[in-house]
Design a protein around this ligand. Structure first.
Ligand code: ZN
Ligand code: ZN
Length: 133
């Protein structure tokens, strides 16, 4: 199975061989800004199985503290992936085409969610990081 994805304008696209890894939605205040949304929603990927298909030259990156960063389309602004020390380690689920066969495995930092967000009942949720409890 090949999973594909692209940004809003379609100039940057990627493919992943096989299945996506663990999926996480982070509700912390930093992710709200980084992803311009109520939370992040991203899947771990094996760098060996991930490749850019088009538009890699349009990727623009912002690297924050500790070497973690995000890469987005310089044309339309879609956030396509998160990076650690320059390597892609998660892709954003919002840019994946169709049904990649996953749902969100865990919601983290729900203790600092936006006042206007309602977390669905029955999901695996952590007040902070999954290892902090
Ligand atoms: Zn784009
Ligand atoms: Zn976060």
């Amino acid at each position: 199975m090949t999973i594909s994805g692209e940004c809003f304008c379609g100039k940057i696209s990627f493919e992943i061989d096989g299945v996506l890894g663990e999926t996480t939605s982070c509700h912390c205040s930093r992710c709200r800004k980084a992803f311009s949304s109520q939370a992040s929603a991203a899947a771990n990927v094996d760098p060996e199985r991930f490749r850019w298909v088009s538009g890699e030259d349009l990727l623009t990156s912002y690297v924050g503290e500790h070497g973690f960063g995000i890469s987005f389309c310089g044309n339309c602004g879609s956030t396509l992936c998160t990076t650690f020390q320059g390597c892609v380690y998660q892709i954003t689920l919002g840019c994946v085409n169709g049904d990649p066969g996953v749902s969100i495995d865990r919601h983290i930092f729900v203790g600092s969610k936006a006042s206007w967000e309602i977390i669905p009942e029955g999901v695996l949720a952590f007040e902070q990081g999954p290892t902090d409890q």
